[in-house]
Design a protein around this ligand. Structure first.
Ligand SMILES: Cc1cc2nc3c(=O)[nH]c(=O)nc-3n(C[C@H](O)[C@H](O)[C@H](O)COP(=O)(O)OP(=O)(O)OC[C@H]3O[C@@H](n4cnc5c(N)ncnc54)[C@H](O)[C@@H]3O)c2cc1C
Length: 381
């Protein structure tokens, strides 16, 4: 049986909707406010990339992905684990699979069928969703409990623009500035390289900065470079800007192996055909070797360049193109239930909280886990 006074959940992204599901399943009356004409726009956008729901790696390793926020998130991720999230998606009729990198996706590789089934469940449980309804201020906050799940401030056109930041600060809530994460970086490519290779991936590379190395893939774009390997280092890179990364174009071969192979080339072969035939380098990789002038022909020097082609990142793309944001409601501003210390009865979940993680399903997992955690805390009130 529903209680009379509704619990307001502000923000119909994954954090808000999972909270609404848990609260309504426990018989609470729930009203969801969503400022946009439709719900979960960022979740649907995530679906365009296949909807990487979570990751299958061992939990201890999984947890390290949250850096400094890992210990704060630990109980929430233990209470709503990657397996729980997968089972939840399966329960909504969405079969999942584990990709070669360990990432978990729905077989449909998109968010819309999952969202449709989810909204039908919420409706069946009596959740009222009010779209085009903006939580404006504290007059909207319910005395029973209110959950804020208003998102970070990346891709603001999808609804979460971080406009809550100053409003919460005015209430005495400690908030840290937003910073773009999982974001591309600007590179002053030569016009020739940009025209020829923008939109193409650099595959099976290793990116290095300082002591850090990430293997994977990066995408050359008109403005610079983006993609999984770049995102995995984006916090480090952002803090060092402007900075020069090196790209190892054959991370599986040592410098000596490459130099030995190059020494065996036939006289008369062009550099491009040598690099293609002997080392299997793609045209984009060969193009990259020409970005700092003509590559050396001496085998050892050329091998050194192949193992560490320098790329200078001048600045980061802005929040409007970032996959996620760091910053937001500081961990000191909430208690162990994710309740705002300065505004008792008001809880916070999802990307509003000050944590960050690379792509790989870690973002959605933490949004679901914090949403579920806050909902269960509200039920215990
Ligand atoms: C292009 C892209 C691809 C991504 N791909 C992945 C992926 O594959 N895997 C992954 O783990 N993560 C991915 N993410 C990140 C993931 O989508 C987000 O971390 C997640 O959606 C955040 O959930 P949330 O519920 O905290 O906030 P959001 O999803 O941002 O939802 C917040 C909601 O609150 C609403 N709102 C804001 N202010 C108000 C207000 N005052 N009143 C009422 N409503 C308000 C917004 O309109 C929005 O609908 C991707 C993000 C982008 C941009």
């Amino acid at each position: 049986m529903n209680d009379d006074t509704p619990i307001v959940v502000a923000g119909a992204g994954p954090a808000g909707l999972i909270a609404a599901e848990i609260l309504s399943a426990a018989g609470k009356r729930v009203v969801v406010y969503e400022r946009m004409p439709s719900v979960a726009r960022k979740f649907l956008m995530a679906g365009r990339g296949g909807l990487n729901l979570t990751h299958s790696e061992p939990f201890d390793r999984f947890l390290t992905r949250y850096g400094g926020a890992a210990e704060r998130l630990r109980p929430m991720l233990e209470a709503f684990t990657p397996s729980d999230l997968t089972a939840w998606a399966n329960g909504l009729g969405q079969e999942t699979f584990v990709g070669s990198s360990g990432r978990v996706f729905p077989k449909a590789m998109k968010a819309s069928p999952l969202l449709r089934a989810w909204l039908a469940r919420l409706e069946a449980q009596g959740v009222e969703i009010r779209t085009r309804t903006t939580l404006r201020g504290w007059d909207d906050v319910q005395p029973t409990a209110t959950l804020l799940a208003l998102g970070g401030s990346s891709w603001p056109r999808l609804g979460s623009d971080g406009s809550w930041h100053d409003a919460l600060a005015a209430q005495g809530v400690e908030v840290t500035p937003f910073q773009p994460t999982n974001v591309g970086f600007n590179v002053a490519w030569s016009e020739h390289f940009r025209m020829r290779f923008a939109g193409q991936p650099l595959k099976t590379i290793a990116l290095r900065i300082g002591e850090q190395e990430v293997r994977g893939e990066a995408m050359v774009t008109r403005y610079g470079i983006e993609g999984g390997a770049i995102y995995a280092l984006s916090t480090e890179l952002r803090d060092r800007l402007p900075c020069t990364i090196t790209i190892d174009l054959r991370p599986d071969l040592s410098h000596e192996d490459i130099a030995a192979k190059l020494a065996r080339t036939k006289a008369g072969d062009t550099l491009s055909s040598t690099l293609r035939k002997i080392l299997g380098l793609a045209p984009i990789a060969i193009g990259l070797l020409h970005e700092n002038g003509s590559p050396p022909r001496e085998p050892s020097a050329l091998a050194a360049l192949i193992k560490a082609a320098p790329v200078t990142l001048t600045s980061a793309q802005g929040l409007e193109r970032a996959i996620s944001t760091a910053g937001g409601v500081s961990w000191d501003a909430v208690d162990e239930n994710l309740q705002l210390r300065a505004v008792p009865g008001t809880y916070v979940a999802g990307e509003m909280l000050d944590w960050e993680a690379p792509t790989g399903g870690y973002l959605l997992q933490a949004c679901f886990a914090t949403g579920a955690w806050a909902a269960r805390a509200i039920l215990r009130r």
